[in-house]
Design a binder for this molecule. Structure first.
Ligand code: BG6
Length: 481
C-alpha cells in the first residue's frame, strides 16, 4: 500500500460471480473497465457468470450499458471495442466443467504467469456454493478470492462460513472486502493520524469528549427489498462499514504500514469493544416501508439504526462513539466528527459567544475526495470581545490531485491483485464483531417509526443527550471558489 506508482500487475483472469447483479452493474464492471483502460491491470480477462441464462453477446451489451450509465466517462468506440474483447460470459447453471474450460481458454491466451481472481458478488448463502464450484472446477491454485459482505448473519454463521471457505482456500488467498476502507478519505485517516506529530498526542480520552460516525442515506430500497429485508441497517452498514471506520479512528499506531501490523491493531480495538447494549440502540423503520414491493406487511427490519459503542481500553474508556445510519433520510452524508473537551474555565463572559456553537470539532467527510475541517472559536472583528466559531478546511476537490482518486472498488480490486491485505478485514475481526453484536441480535429493541426525509426517530436525541448530533450541519462546508 502507499506507493505513487503501483507495482506491475500480473496478468489476471477475473471470474466474476453475480455478474448480472446490482453491484456488478454499478461498481464492478465500470471499475474493471477503468483498471484495464488506465493500464493499472493491462492484461486482464473477465469471465462473467451468474444464474441468468445469457450468452456472451447479451452480457457484453449489458456490460456496455453498465459502463455507460455508471462509469466515470463516456466510452469511445475504440475503448469499447478493446474492453468488449476481454469479456466472456458463462451461465453458472452449465456447471463447473464449462466454467473451468472458459477460464482455461483465457489463461492460455494470457500466458503461464496468469493469476485468477474470483470475485463473489453473491449473497452469503450462495458464497459456500460458489466456493464448492471453484473447488470442483479446479480453480483454486494460484487464485485469490474476494468475498462480499455480510460475512454471515451472526457469530455462529460467520464461524461456519469461514470454516467452509477455509476448507478450500487458505486465509492468505481470501480478501473480505469492505468498500468503505477503499475510500480515499478512509485511508487518509491513517495518513492524518500517523504521518503528523500534531494530532496523535490529543487523540485520547483526555482531550476527546465523544466521536460520531454518521452515515445517513437519502437512498431508498433501490429495488433491493429482497436483500434488505433479510439484512437491515445494522448488518448492512454497522457491523461492516461503520465498525471498520471506527477501528481506523480508534486503533493504536501500527508498528508498520503492513497488513498484519494494521490488522493486529484493528482487532485489538474490536476485542476492547464492549458488547452492544440494546438499551443504547435506537432501531427505526421508515413509515410506509411495509407497503413497499417485496417487503413483508409485518416486517421488523430496521431501515435506520443509531447506537452508542464503547471501547474499554486506556485510550478510550469513557468516550462514547455514536454511530448512525439509515435509508430514506434527509440527506446523504458520510461524516466522522470528533468533539474535543471544552476549556476547564473561561475568562470570556456569558453573552460573548463562548461555547455557543458547541465544542471544537474535527470533522472528516468521507465523500469521494477527502474533506476535513477543524472548528475553533476566534474573535469577531470590531470593538469588545465577541466570539465566533471559525474553521480551517481542506478539500481534496480543490487540489489538482483530485483526478487521481481511485473509486473504492477499483482500489481494492487492484490491491487484491497485488496480494495486499492492508485494506481488507480478517475472519478474527469479523467474528469478534458478531460476538459483541450478539446481545443486540438476541434482544433487538422494537422499531420506531420515522418519516422519510427526516433524520430518524425522535429517540435519537435522548440517545446522545446532553450532546447533539452534528448533522444537519449548523454551518455548511465552504463552497469551492
Ligand atoms: C453498501 C450497502 O455496502 O454501502 C448499501 O449495502 C449502501 O446499502 C452502500 O447504500 C453505501 O456505500 P457508499 O459508498 O455509496 O457510501
Amino acid at each position: 500500500m502507499g506507493q505513487d506508482a503501483p507495482p506491475q500487475t500480473d496478468p489476471h483472469v477475473v471470474v466474476l460471480f453475480g455478474a448480472t447483479g446490482d453491484l456488478a452493474k454499478r461498481k464492478l464492471i465500470p471499475g474493471l473497465f477503468y483498471l484495464s483502460q488506465h493500464l493499472l491491470c493491462p492484461n486482464m480477462r473477465i469471465v462473467a457468470t451468474s444464474l441468468d441464462d445469457l450468452d456472451t453477446e447479451q452480457f457484453r451489451t449489458a456490460a456496455k450499458e453498465a459502463v455507460h450509465s455508471f462509469g466515470r466517462k463516456q466510452l469511445t468506440p475504440d475503448e469499447w471495442a478493446a474492453f468488449e474483447k476481454i469479456v466472456t460470459y458463462v451461465p453458472q447453471g452449465k456447471g463447473p466443467g464449462v466454467l473451468a474450460e472458459a477460464v482455461a481458454e483465457q489463461q492460455t491466451e494470457l500466458g503461464p504467469d496468469t493469476r485468477l481472481l474470483h470475485y463473489l458478488s453473491v449473497p452469503p448463502r450462495a458464497a459456500t456454493i460458489v466456493v464448492k464450484t471453484l473447488e470442483e472446477a479446479g480453480l483454486v491454485k494460484n487464485a485469490r478470492i474476494i468475498m462480499e459482505k455480510p460475512f454471515g448473519t451472526d457469530l455462529a454463521s460467520a464461524v461456519k462460513l469461514n470454516a467452509a471457505i477455509h476448507e478450500v482456500f487458505d486465509e492468505s488467498q481470501i480478501f473480505r472486502i469492505d468498500h468503505f476502507l477503499g475510500k480515499e478519505p478512509a485511508q487518509n485517516i491513517l495518513a492524518f493520524r500517523f504521518a503528523n506529530g500534531l494530532f496523535e498526542p490529543i487523540w485520547n480520552r483526555n482531550f476527546i469528549e465523544h466521536i460520531q460516525i454518521d452515515v445517513p442515506e437519502s437512498l431508498t430500497l433501490e429495488g433491493r427489498a429482497q436483500f434488505y429485508e433479510q439484512t437491515g441497517a445494522f448488518k448492512d452498514m454497522v457491523v461492516t462499514h461503520l465498525f471498520q471506520i471506527l477501528a481506523f479512528m480508534a486503533m493504536e499506531p501500527p508498528t508498520e504500514l503492513a497488513p498484519q501490523a494494521i490488522s493486529i491493531e484493528k482487532n485489538k480495538v474490536f476485542r476492547s469493544m464492549k458488547p452492544l447494549e440494546p438499551a443504547n440502540v435506537v432501531r427505526g423503520q421508515v413509515r410506509g416501508y411495509r407497503e413497499e414491493p417485496g417487503v413483508s406487511p409485518e416486517s421488523d427490519t430496521e431501515t435506520f439504526i443509531a447506537l452508542k459503542a464503547e471501547i474499554g481500553n486506556w485510550r478510550w474508556a469513557g468516550v462514547p462513539f455514536y454511530l448512525r445510519t439509515g435509508k430514506y433520510l434527509a440527506a446523504g452524508q458520510r461524516i466522522i466528527s470528533i468533539a474535543f473537551r471544552e476549556p476547564p474555565s473561561s475568562m470570556f463572559p456569558a453573552g460573548s459567544g463562548i461555547g455557543a456553537h458547541g465544542p471544537n470539532h474535527l470533522t472528516f467527510d468521507l465523500a469521494d475526495a477527502s474533506k476535513m475541517s477543524l472548528s475553533f472559536y476566534g474573535k469577531r472583528p470590531g470593538p469588545g470581545m465577541r466570539l465566533d466559531k471559525l474553521s480551517l478546511q481542506f478539500a481534496m476537490q480543490e487540489t489538482d490531485r483530485v483526478g487521481d482518486v481511485l473509486e473504492a472498488y477499483e482500489r481494492l480490486i487492484l490491491d487484491a491483485m497485488h496480494g495486499d491485505h492492508t485494506l481488507f478485514t480478517t475472519s478474527e475481526g469479523i467474528e469478534r464483531l458478531w460476538e459483541i453484536s450478539q446481545p443486540l441480535l438476541d434482544d433487538p429493541p422494537p422499531v420506531r417509526g420515522y418519516d422519510a426525509g427526516s433524520w430518524g426517530p425522535n429517540a435519537i436525541h435522548q440517545l446522545i443527550a446532553p450532546r447533539a448530533w452534528r448533522l444537519p450541519f449548523e454551518r455548511v462546508w465552504r463552497a469551492k471558489k
